[in-house]
Design a binder for this molecule. Structure first.
Ligand SMILES: [Zn+2]
Length: 319
């Protein structure tokens, strides 16, 4: 497993996790937004938990048998519970495999660690299967659960875990990190992703401009052209919802408070739109977007849905 170095905003979190030694929780739930390096931090901590030299060195040594096996993806005391490729949920049988993994006592470390990266992918039945293990884990077992949305988890799972919310980088740290990467439109995306600097955006430059052009001056022809270009595999439906949602919230916020959060680079377009905005219709569309966000995993017809949304959007402005 590739271990990234810690990001600059993670040192306090890492220190906190290392201090859990001696009062190690059997299940820990790390909460953090996408794009702040939650995986990296978790892996750094797990390799330290498994490394026999970390108590004295205060981090993993990188040289012992345990560290080498971990880096080689073959540590016998580490288990990654994940969705099987192409499946959108973690199955019950995948959870049951954890029982087999935990059945034998540890091989080379003091603990056996199970990492669940996408805790949100547990179905109701697999979450219940996991709960049974969490209720009576062997003394050497540690579960590390990661999530960016606590609301989506079963409360009974959450209550079994020691919860810890990870630090987010401040604006300067995020800017500094991004400047080294020299990403096109980096500053725009940084704002869009709430200063989570490890963001990965699914849209290329040309499509970004086309999308903004449709939102700035919506008309039927442009909307059809855009949906012909967009492909649900490369530009996911939830990204479209988020993009329209943030654009709309900026127009509304500009109308009400004269402030923009995300689309400051496009202030002249938003200024023109706010003059024509019908606020009631805008609020209605915001409600609709929020509702659709809950169903992003079941879009009926990608192109039709997006066309529909953009036609709705076009109608919130008075001609
Ligand atoms: Zn080591």
């Amino acid at each position: 497993m590739r271990i990234n170095e810690l990001y600059p905003w993670q040192s306090d979190d890492y220190t906190y996790l290392l201090q859990l030694r001696g009062r190690m929780p059997q299940a820990i739930l790390l909460q953090g937004a996408k794009g702040i390096g939650v995986d990296s931090l978790a892996l750094n901590w797990i390799i330290s938990v498994l490394c026999p030299n970390s108590a004295t060195a205060n981090t993993y040594c990188g040289k012992c048998n345990s560290c080498l096996l971990f880096a080689d993806d073959s540590h016998p005391d580490f288990y990654l519970l994940t969705a099987v490729a192409d499946e959108k949920t973690i199955s019950v049988s995948a959870v049951r495999a954890v029982i087999d993994f935990l059945a034998l006592s540890t091989h080379i470390s003091d603990y056996k660690v199970v990492l669940i990266k996408d805790t949100n992918l547990l179905s109701l039945s697999s979450a219940n299967a996991l709960l049974k293990i969490l209720e009576e884990p062997p003394s050497y077992a540690i579960f590390v659960l990661l999530t960016d949305n606590l609301q989506q988890l079963l409360p009974t799972i959450v209550s079994r875990c020691h919860k810890y919310r990870l630090s987010v980088p401040n604006v300067e740290m995020a800017q500094h990190y991004l400047n080294d990467k020299q990403i096109e439109h980096g500053q725009f995306w940084l704002k869009f992703y709430d200063y989570s600097p490890l963001f990965e955006t699914p849209i290329d430059n040309q499509h970004l401009q086309q999308f903004i052009d449709v939102l700035a001056t919506p008309n039927v022809e442009k909307i059809y052209e855009l949906t012909v270009e967009f492909d649900g595999k490369t530009i996911p439906y939830n990204f479209i919802l988020e993009f329209i949602g943030k654009w709309l919230s900026d127009i509304v916020s500009y109308k009400l408070t004269n402030e923009l959060i995300y689309f400051t680079d496009y202030i002249s377009s938003i200024e023109a739109l706010r003059e024509k905005l019908n606020l009631d219709k805008a609020f209605f569309l915001q409600d609709k977007l929020n509702f659709l966000m809950q169903w992003v995993n079941h879009p009926l017809n990608y192109k039709l849905q997006i066309e529909n949304l953009l036609f709705n959007y076009q109608q919130i402005f008075v001609k």
